[in-house]
Ligand binder design. Structure first.
Ligand code: PMP
Length: 435
């Protein structure tokens, strides 16, 4: 009976069972476990262009793109060649290379608010280091983040709002000391009045405000221009460092990131995902006087064995070169808009309350009447219907993010045929979830 059961199980199922014996929850990052949508996670074997294939040989149109990095599609020939060339010269040296200068120059050129930049290996390291730097530079401890924004899993960022306005934060994870969480204040995204109120009382003791200027970790939610303008103004007036976390939006919503779209100059910027082209690379950078506080020049310590890893830098540089070509982002935006317009029309035809938004190569799908403007509004969307839609699409070979609180990603490898196939599948999926 055991053998029979074994045989009737899909490879994904048996891999998931095996994974759970040696890996907590069977995954190395929680959202991969399908906890919120239910069902068996797909174990991926290979990817190419807009597709990946799972352990049962099923092909999926990939709308997570490794959660952002794969903006030119999987195994792009130019990126692949750059990685292969780099690999044959050695994997890691722990000493500087010319390619690190090249990528730093490229980042400073593409994102003009960045006068100097340091490479790290993950977005978490980038935000954690940027915060330490802001605290070192200002000599202040308090920081501000916004509800629904995710900035990686450093202690001071795994914090939710306390009860009532302008109170101290509470940990959202066990293991974060309350003393650490208390130094973080969590405010509402797009709430200008609350922001002003906070700065009037605590602005002068606040080291930094960190924000996703286009949020992609509570589904896709845009900051309003007014909100970001006021934030910039208040940070300048109070000597508070404004950190734009563009780990997701950087190079994706526009070549110069969200800051280029809004015309706002942050003091520091965090980058990740696209700058590694699918290899582990991220960065933080900004004002020269602030960056000069970093070791070995200044008193703020920050380091990394694999920082500026040559293979990751090669993948990142090749990716940045491709997306810097004229028209890349216009074309990417057009593709994403085609997808989103098709999905909205398909939902309307099926009579399902649905809205969608996109900026550059990033999109949000909401089972709601309107596009949300805050975390609270996102929580009011029809999550069970999203989950049903997700599984219908998955069964039909389309892999959307396995959570109603995540954004989606289109690459330059998603051509019209792929986008239209997605919409055709969605027609059936919306109808099936309509009742
Ligand atoms: N900031 C933002 C805006 C992110 O989207 C993420 C990851 N999704 C991070 C930081 C953390 O990056 P990483 O997972 O590479 O640590």
């Amino acid at each position: 009976a055991g053998t029979l059961l074994q045989n009737s199980m899909s490879r994904n199922q048996s891999l998931f069972e095996r994974a759970q014996r040696t890996i907590p929850g069977g995954v190395n990052s929680p959202v991969r476990a399908f906890r919120s949508v239910g069902g068996t996670p797909r174990f991926i074997e290979r990817a190419e262009g807009p597709y990946f294939w799972d352990a049962d040989g099923q092909r999926y149109i990939d709308y997570i793109g490794s959660w952002g990095p794969m903006i030119v599609g999987h195994l792009h020939p130019e990126v692949l060649e750059a990685v292969q060339r780099s690999l044959t010269s050695g994997f890691s040296f722990g000493a500087p290379t010319e390619a690190e200068i090249e990528i730093a120059e490229e980042i400073c050129r593409l994102v003009p608010s960045i006068e100097q930049v340091r490479l790290v290996s993950s977005g978490t390291e980038a935000t954690m280091s940027a915060l330490r730097l802001a605290r070192g530079f200002t000599g202040r401890s308090r920081i501000v983040k916004f509800e629904g924004c995710y900035h990686g899993h450093a202690d001071s960022l795994l914090v939710k709002a306390g009860s009532g306005l302008l109170t101290f934060g509470n940990p959202t994870s066990a293991g974060v000391p309350p003393e650490v969480a208390r130094e973080t204040t969590v405010l509402e995204y797009n709430n200008v009045g609350q922001l002003r109120e906070f700065f009037a009382s605590l602005g002068d003791e606040t080291a930094a405000v960190i924000i996703e200027p286009i949020a992609g970790n509570m589904n896709l939610v845009r900051a309003t221009t007014e909100f970001l303008d006021v934030l910039r103004e208040l940070c300048t007036a109070h000597g508070t460092i404004l950190i734009f976390d563009e780990v997701m939006s950087g190079f994706r919503v526009a070549l110069g990131g969200a800051q280029a779209l809004f015309g706002i100059t942050p003091d520091l910027t965090c980058l990740g995902k696209v700058i590694g082209g699918g290899m582990p690379a991220a960065a933080f950078g900004g004002r020269r006087d602030v960056m000069a506080m970093l070791a070995p020049l200044g008193a703020v310590y920050q380091a990394g064995t694999l920082s500026g890893n040559p293979v990751a830098v090669a993948a990142g540089l090749a990716t940045l070169r491709i997306i810097s070509r004229p028209g890349f982002h216009d074309d990417l935006s057009r593709r994403t808009e085609r997808l989103v317009a098709g999905l909205v029309e398909a939902a309307r035809a099926a009579g399902v309350p649905f809205a969608a938004d996109s900026i550059g190569g990033m999109f949000g799908l909401y089972f709601a009447e309107r596009i949300p403007k805050s975390f609270a509004e996102v929580t009011q969307s029809d999550i069970p219907r999203f989950n049903a839609f997700f599984h219908k699409m998955l069964d039909a070979g389309v892999y959307f993010a396995p959570s109603a609180y995540e954004a989606g990603f289109v690459s330059s490898a998603h051509d019209d045929a792929v986008l239209d196939e997605t919409v055709a599948r969605a027609r059936a999926a919306f109808s099936a979830t309509a009742s």
